[in-house]
Design a protein around this ligand. Structure first.
Ligand code: SAM
Length: 297
């Protein structure tokens, strides 16, 4: 549960003490971000952060705390849809004890996959014998990560319960940063495609993004295109493809922060009423009917 008492505290110690293990300028996913204290710390340390919490007050608070440019989604972590190998760190602190063991296993497996090789998982979980649905016996949790490097493993009395602190590193070398990174988040009835700088994305990356978007059946798709200035044709085609898929489902694509030249190119590609623009994601979320269609010849 989110609790406003968490407000004002600095980052969790395991995050503070081990943030140096995260790839320089890497991407971090904070699951169950609460009041956003770890997200804020990591953002200030130069990482790009996607913060997620199922509680609307927590998400709102973190969004306010991190300010513009940060991505905060109000969503149940169990239903997150993200690409594999997309993050250099995942923070999973104080969340596992809210879940049933099968749900916790599933989330841990997905968190493992979301990490890049060399990526770091920061997590806490309750020790066995305290009545939580999901608990781990002494020494049990690190065994869930065979082949991973254990950077920290402590079992101790925490603020509210006996807690396991774990920092583990995924095997493999850090991937070379190609500059082509993106997120996909499903929130209620909307798929967010939150692109990083995809202007240089090659055709195969664009196909992968489109295939992934096609697997989600939400009626609305919101694409953040604010970093797509001068994008290649393959990027435009990918976006048009996502728009077409949304249209086939009877839904809409809302493109946020579209550079003017991109509007013109999309218009030229015969995408009409289901490609729209908005200045911000909150504006786009409020839209139920098209804002306007891009100009067509
Ligand atoms: C104990 S707080 C920890 C917050 C933060 N990680 C910290 O260490 O300060 C747990 C947080 O997980 C969130 N949470 C619980 N279940 C969740 C779920 N299934 N998906 C996303 N967030 C969840 C709660 O709303 C709450 O904000």
């Amino acid at each position: 549960m989110w609790n406003s008492d968490w407000l004002g505290h600095g980052p969790n110690r395991i995050v503070h003490d081990h943030a140096h293990l995260i790839q320089h300028k890497g991407r971090v996913l904070d699951l169950g971000c609460g009041n956003g204290r770890d997200s804020l710390y990591l953002r200030k340390a130069g990482f790009s952060v996607l913060a997620v919490d199922s509680n609307p007050d927590a998400a709102r608070h973190t969004r306010h705390l991190l300010g513009s440019g940060a991505t905060v989604a109000q969503i149940d972590a169990r239903y997150l849809c993200l690409p594999d190998n997309a993050f250099d760190a995942v923070v999973l602190i104080g969340l596992i004890h809210n879940l049933e063991p099968t749900q916790a296993d599933a989330l841990c497996t997905r968190a493992r996959n979301w990490l890049n090789p060399g990526g770091v998982l920061f997590m806490t979980a309750p020790l066995k014998g305290q009545g939580y649905a999901c608990e781990y016996g002494p020494g049990e949790l690190p065994k869930c990560f065979p082949g991973w490097t254990v950077e920290l493993h402590e079992e101790k009395s925490g603020m509210t319960h006996e807690v396991i602190l774990l920092v583990v590193r995924k095997p493999g070398n850090l991937v070379e940063d190609t500059g082509v990174r993106y997120n996909m988040v499903v929130d209620d009835d909307t798929l967010f495609v939150l692109t990083g700088d995809i202007s240089e994305a090659e055709a195969n990356t664009c196909r992968a993004i489109r295939d992934e978007a096609a697997g989600v059946t939400t009626p609305r798709v919101i694409c953040d295109l604010s970093a797509t200035c001068g994008a290649r044709d393959s990027v435009v085609e990918m976006l048009v493809g996502i728009a077409a898929d949304a249209h086939h489902r009877g839904g809409d694509l809302i493109a946020v922060g579209v550079p003017p030249e991109m509007v013109a190119r999309m218009g030229a590609m015969q995408v009409d009423r289901y490609v729209m623009t908005a200045d911000s994601i909150s504006e786009a979320k409020a839209v139920r009917t098209p804002l306007h269609a891009p100009a067509r010849d």
